[in-house]
Design a protein around this ligand. Structure first.
Ligand code: ATP
Ligand code: MG
Length: 366
């Protein structure tokens, strides 16, 4: 069985690694062969919008999926004329457009930060009046790691924010003074069965995921149930197959959906060591129509992203209980180059290891 993956980054690499023990092979479509997944499996080198590359790619695979949410929906649709494609291509179109995504939350009765569509400076002024500061101006399309976002706290910040958006269409939303950020990773099989991992507690720095603690500690059971219900509605809306992640803000007793990723997720890296079946394995199981694996956490995990630089391997391996994952990418500021996970059967044990990890990671200016 061979799974074709659009995109060949670290998420693809971890899909490939999860496939090996099950005898599942992967092939990637990516612009360069020296991508993180390309060190493990074959790569068809080409652009997502190149029909010839897609045709060649399709000939060698049994099912197609993606590890990058900005793959054009048209590429997924092209492939769906040749092989089954999961998740459904329609989920790409909606999650690539922040406005469509926020409207879907509303349609499905899922709470989200108040928002307005903004296509002109006049609309931006009107939207700011309607929502009241502070607000965040975001690009409708192609935002990631907090890029293309500006917080507006007063009227004199409107013009720079508008300039920063460029000529892109935008969404203005209320700035949420959240207590914490969560993500809920779920998987739906071809037969419609749905399983949820325990929620993850995520901390971002400069818009990039920095740290995840999972399962999120001291979380109210009603909040977990609300998140599971929201994920379920999205999965069922799309007749989704595979892993899907929703990011949430927790503000008082409110749970607000921020965004959806139709793929395996950075906040789920801990599932490799910390869950019965990882998100990567479950994604493969789901899209191949195999029985889903247990999403139970087998202990407590802390994960830290290595961004911009990677400390010497020996220094990392000296940390107690650490699991090191390096992606084989060239160092560049703001780039995710790897991650570290600590795992322990007890919460106290994990936090002790995690503090040591963080201490070293911070002193190395990761
Ligand atoms: P990614 O795809 O990497 O998750 P992104 O660029 O799509 O990022 P968001 O997830 O919307 O953007 O925002 C990145 C981070 O910025 C959030 O995780 C959160 O920390 C902060 N943020 C975004 N929107 C808001 C908001 N309305 N109120 C407060 N903080 C926000
Ligand atoms: Mg996000």
């Amino acid at each position: 069985m061979k799974v074709g993956v659009l995109g060949g980054g670290q998420l693809g690499r971890m899909l490939a690694l999860a496939g090996y023990p099950l005898g599942i092979h992967t092939r990637f479509l990516e612009r360069r062969s020296d991508c993180p997944a390309g060190y493990l499996e074959e790569v068809t080198v080409g652009a997502y919008d190149d029909p010839q590359a897609l045709e060649t790619f399709a000939q060698d695979i049994d099912v197609a999926t993606f590890e990058f949410e900005n793959v054009p929906e048209s590429a997924a649709r092209f492939l769906s004329g040749r092989v089954p494609v999961y998740p459904p291509p329609a989920s790409l179109g909606v999650t690539q457009d922040r406005l469509a995504e926020k409207r879907l939350f509303e349609e499905l009765g899922i709470a989200t930060a108040p928002f307005r569509a903004v296509d002109s400076l006049d609309q931006l002024h009107a939207a700011l009046d309607a929502l009241g500061p502070p607000v965040v101006l975001k690009r409708r399309r192609l935002g990631y790691d907090g890029k293309g976002q500006t917080v507006i706290r007063s009227a004199d910040e409107i013009a720079p924010a508008w300039a920063h958006l460029g000529d892109a269409a935008g969404v203005l939303e209320s700035f949420i003074e959240f207590e914490r950020e969560l993500s809920l990773i779920s998987v739906r099989g071809r037969d419609g069965e749905i399983r949820h991992y325990p929620p993850c507690h995520n901390v971002h720095r400069d818009g990039i995921l920095n740290v995840t603690i999972a399962p999120a500690l001291d979380l109210d059971a009603t909040m977990v149930a609300a998140a599971e219900q929201a994920n379920r509605r999205i999965l069922e809306h799309f007749q989704y197959v595979g892993v899907l992640t929703v990011e949430y803000f927790v503000s008082g007793s409110a749970l607000l959906a921020n965004e959806t990723a139709p793929r395996v997720h950075n906040s789920g890296h801990w599932t490799i060591e910390g869950a019965d079946a990882s998100q990567f394995e479950n994604h493969l199981r789901a899209i191949l129509g195999l029985p889903l694996g247990s999403t139970r956490a087998v202990g407590f995990c802390g994960m830290i992203n290595l961004i911009g630089t990677v400390p010497p391997l020996a220094d990392l391996l000296r940390l107690p209980g650490v699991h090191v994952h390096l992606y084989g990418k060239e160092p560049r500021p703001g780039r995710k180059l790897g991650h570290l996970t600590v795992f322990d059967a007890t919460r106290e044990g994990m936090m002790r290891q995690f503090r040591a990890l963080r201490g070293v990671a911070m002193s190395m200016e990761i």
